[in-house]
Design a protein around this ligand. Structure first.
Ligand SMILES: [Zn+2]
Length: 121
């Protein structure tokens, strides 16, 4: 599974629009460290590193896509949001946008409730 560039950009924009731009890692090195920390935290159940809303959103969308669409998504370079758009009836063909906004809104609530917002640099 691999999120396409347009959907990744839309997800990042939604996170920025919901006030969490300062929490997104600025460099590839920071992003890589964020992934490693998140995987370690998933094993221990203890959150120690800075919260990364973009990585969290990507993981949540991947998980929801597999639960909704099935394991075939893991067997190729499918973009989970393109697949949602492909498989949801035409009348509701903004499902990908709804997944993005719903996911990011839930993450923003989590950030507010837990006081995780990092002040801008
Ligand atoms: Zn896509």
């Amino acid at each position: 599974m691999q999120m396409c560039e347009p959907h990744y950009a839309a997800l990042r924009t939604e996170i920025e629009n919901q006030g969490m731009a300062s929490m997104i890692p600025e460099t590839a090195e920071q992003a890589r460290a964020s992934v490693i920390t998140a995987l370690e935290e998933a094993q221990t159940g203890v959150q120690e590193g800075p919260f990364d809303p973009l990585l969290t959103a990507v993981f949540q969308i991947y998980g929801n896509a597999v639960r909704t669409g099935g394991l075939y998504l893991l067997a190729g370079d499918y973009c989970p949001l393109c697949e949602v758009r492909k498989h949801v009836p035409a009348a509701e063909n903004n499902a990908d946008a709804l997944w993005i906004s719903g996911c990011v809104t839930a993450i923003a609530e989590h950030v507010r409730e837990n006081g995780l917002l990092k002040p801008p640099n």
